[in-house]
Design a protein around this ligand. Structure first.
Ligand code: KG4
Ligand code: ZN
Length: 328
């Protein structure tokens, strides 16, 4: 069964065709990132205007690359939230139009759960249930995935999301946007033990807090108007290491509490090499199997949306043409 996925929750415009929830036939991603860089963050108005301009071409390309026509598609799966309201509405309206004109069933799916589903696209042996950590620009959540319609929230951030903390620290260090990849690059040449940062404690041990460490970075650098490159590298490495250690510790605890030996780590921050290394090491020590989506599928993309849609459709879910954005 061929599913067309549409994803427009943030700055990307993506369309993908996935066969039977596992085989990605096409996954086209257009990003307006370059147009946001000079502002140091995503400007919603710029994002959704570009999505309006590109969604038709991106979807045509996805069908063409999959060598399919619209009438081969048996489900249109679209991100219905969470995300930027204007951006979500572009994708949802477009998906509705395709569904209505082609008489194809429609399904609105959750972006966060899509990130987790991305791990099924490169791990044939992945089976439910498992514990999942989603670390992206908008979310940091630990979840227990019994099935994709039976998800238990174990913990989440009380303030900034993990990717957001990378982005804000990069801004403080004047490294540009998005922060994750550039902090990772800087960290490679730095000493992760040089500065003692901490992530604030949370009342619930499975919750997260990243705003304190971001402020600690600000205090660390504010009296140095022109920091040396070596100092930037040490701060980046120390910040990254502290954040990753916290993610690892809480994820291991979540697995222990749920008596689970399978962990999926997904979302944009899961593309980080040091994070992958430290998760695999801790998982090995705790006899846990840790899986990640392929790096390019850690970022926002429509293949994960098509895959999740297939799975939920098989469970009997469909949406009406009345669906709207769900800001969660
Ligand atoms: O999942 P995603 O593409 O979009 C959201 O749903 O938010 O994640 C984007 C986030 C950004 O905050 C970005 O800085 C972060 O993921 N990110 C990284 C890396 N690559 C992207 N963070 C740490 N290390 C990376 N290599
Ligand atoms: Zn995302």
């Amino acid at each position: 069964m061929y599913v067309l996925g549409i994803e427009t929750s943030c700055d990307e415009t993506s369309a993908s065709v996935v066969k039977d929830g596992r085989t990605v036939l096409s996954n086209i991603v257009a990003s307006s990132l370059n147009q946001h860089k000079k502002y140091g963050g995503i400007i919603p108005e710029i994002a959704f205007r570009m999505q309006l301009d590109t969604i038709t071409g991106v979807t045509d390309s996805a069908l063409k690359e999959a060598k399919l026509k619209l009438n081969d598609i048996k489900l249109v799966s679209v991100t219905s939230g969470p995300g930027l309201l204007g951006s979500l509405l572009v994708g949802i309206s477009f998906a509705k139009a395709i569904s209505f004109s082609g008489k194809i069933p429609l399904l609105g799916v959750n972006h966060l759960y899509g990130h987790i589903y991305a791990a099924f696209l490169n791990n044939n042996k992945l089976e439910l249930p498992f514990v999942a950590l989603v670390v992206s620009g908008g979310h940091t959540s630990l979840l227990y995935i019994k099935d994709f319609d039976k998800i238990e929230l174990l913990g989440s951030t009380r303030d900034d999301a993990c990717g957001e903390a990378f982005d804000k620290v990069a801004k403080i260090l004047k490294l540009g946007y998005p922060g994750g990849p550039v902090i990772e690059r800087m960290a490679q040449g730095g000493n992760p033990g040089k500065i003692k940062f901490n992530c604030s404690n949370t009342k619930d041990p499975l919750d997260f807090s990243f705003s304190g460490i971001k402020t600690a970075v600000l205090y660390c650098i504010r009296d140095t108007p022109r920091p040396q490159l070596a100092q930037i590298k040490d701060i980046s490495a120390s910040f990254q290491e502290t954040v990753i250690n916290t993610l690892v510790k809480k994820s291991m605890l979540a697995c222990k509490m749920k008596k689970q030996k399978l962990l999926v780590v997904a979302g944009g921050v899961a593309a980080n090499n040091r994070l992958r290394e430290k998760f695999l090491q801790a998982a090995g020590e705790n006899s846990i199997k840790c899986l990640f989506p392929e790096k390019k599928l850690c970022m926002d993309n429509a293949a994960m949306v098509a895959g999740l849609g297939y799975h939920l459709h098989k469970l009997g879910y469909d949406s009406s043409l009345g669906i709207s954005a769900d800001l969660g």
